[in-house]
Design a protein around this ligand. Structure first.
Ligand SMILES: Cc1ncc(COP(=O)(O)O)c(C=O)c1O
Length: 435
């Protein structure tokens, strides 16, 4: 007999869903805890357990759960107009907002997910340059497009030369002909990267990078590396794509605003939907002209049943307008409070590790070894850090804190008290981890 409602639901789930679920990343063993309600930064499961939510649906709900303005907007919009093939003004308003805030964006095109945004950005770059290859960082995550998901977590046996990493399929069955179109770059290695870009330039349409983090927050491209990418791609006529699907949340002008580096194209998603599914590509008017239909056949053809639907664009616009510069400052202050608190806990307990992050994103990495690129991180993880981080995540969950791989994604409803509660939960989880 199941001892909880979650266990009972999971028994049914295993019959109708492979392994019992669709998204496995945040699932705990022996069974997931099924959510039933959310309120601010707290989430409640079917058995009545409450957790502070530092995952925020993989960083998409920056206003947490059931924000009254967003909830009301969704109800009103759903009652008025759920979806239609006619455009609505919401699409224009959200585009205007993004053009106003994000330095690289003069025009925007909407889709339904970050994965689609990445896929379309690659099409724009190919159409604009007439070249076919695309470069990404070894270990970079950009969603599930089979070309760009390759080498997200390749095993060491398949890495190849550090200067010219070998593309490794992320899913079995990915055609080799597709992998042949991928150029892998070693993040933070300036010379290898520069040499590779120069050698491949004639066939290289784009370089895509998450300018904030690779591997869910565990590897950071340096400013120097990003500046070199900007300079080299501009010189070689390669389209530089900043994938800000995740990191747009770090500031009012996105990560590019903080860095002072402007890419050619920006992919967006998550927070710009206010909690509803969305994706977007933005760039200069000249690059975005590949979508123009007025001059005849567009170079890139894009549409879609739910693309730019009124619910996502209305919720996105409303959620984004709530994110004023002052609100971003407050998110960053709470993020810093958490990072300072976790640093204090590590020191009090005499543990090695580091608490890092920008704005509302904080990461706790339980090692003092460097993780400057995917290979260094993979080596540290294989050396026991991976298991310890997983155990830490489980202890944190038992302490009422929902996280993943040491990442803490903040939201606007979080108060100083919530942050202090979390710091103490981290302390207890670390004590248990080292017991
Ligand atoms: C940097 C980055 N790019 C793209 C994606 C894919 O977005 P989606 O899950 O909406 O397809 C993600 C998702 O986590 C992401 O973090």
């Amino acid at each position: 007999m199941p001892t909880s409602r979650s266990e009972a639901i999971f028994a049914r789930a295993q019959t109708v869903l492979p392994s019992g679920y669709t998204r496995h990343l945040a699932v705990t063993k022996p069974h997931p805890q099924y959510a039933v309600a959310g309120d601010g930064c707290w989430i409640t499961d079917v058995d009545g357990n409450r957790k502070i939510d530092f995952l925020n649906n993989f960083a998409s709900i920056i206003h947490g759960h059931a924000h009254p303005v967003i909830t009301r907007l969704i109800a009103d919009q759903a009652a008025r107009l759920l979806c239609t093939v006619l455009p609505t003004e919401w699409e224009v308003k959200l585009a205007e907002l993004l053009v106003d805030r994000i330095p690289s964006v003069e025009q925007v095109r909407f889709m339904n997910t970050g994965t689609e945004a990445v896929m379309l950005a690659v099409k724009v770059a190919r159409a604009a340059t007439g070249r076919s290859k695309v470069a990404k960082m070894e270990g970079g995550y950009h969603g599930q497009y089979d070309l760009i998901e390759a080498s997200f977590q390749p095993p060491p046996a398949l890495w190849g030369d550090a200067a010219r990493p070998t593309p490794v399929a992320h899913s079995v069955g990915t055609p080799q002909s597709l992998l042949d179109e991928l150029v892998l770059l070693p993040v933070n290695h300036l010379e290898h990267t520069r040499a590779r870009l120069r050698a491949e330039a004639a066939n290289l349409a784009a370089v895509i990078i998450d300018p904030y983090r690779l591997q869910l927050g565990l590897v950071a491209p340096s400013h120097e590396y990003l500046a070199m990418l900007r300079e080299e791609t501009a010189r070689l006529g390669i389209v530089l794509i900043f994938d800000e699907v995740f990191c747009l949340r770090v500031g009012y002008h996105g990560m590019q605003g903080l860095l002072g580096i402007t890419p050619d194209l920006t992919t967006m998603g998550k927070i710009i939907g206010g909690g509803m599914p969305i994706g977007a590509v933005g760039g200069s008017t000249s690059l975005m002209s590949v979508f123009d239909v007025d001059a005849g056949e567009p170079k890139v053809k894009q549409s879609g049943t739910f693309t730019a639907n009124p619910l996502s664009t209305a919720t996105g616009y409303t959620g984004m307008t709530l994110l004023t510069p002052e609100v971003f400052d407050q998110l960053a202050a709470r993020g810093q409070r958490l990072r300072d608190g976790m640093t204090r806990v590590l020191r009090d307990l005499g543990l090695t590790g580091r608490a890092e992050g920008v704005g509302s994103f904080s990461g706790l990495l339980l090692t003092d070894r460097p993780t400057r690129n995917y290979r260094e991180l993979a080596a540290v993880m294989a050396d026991g850090l991976g298991d310890r981080m997983q155990a830490f995540q489980k202890h944190l969950l038992a302490e009422g804190v929902l996280t993943m791989r040491g990442g803490f994604i903040g939201s606007t409803p979080m108060t100083d008290d919530d942050i202090d509660f979390t710091i103490e939960a981290v302390r207890r989880a670390l004590v248990k981890l080292h017991a």
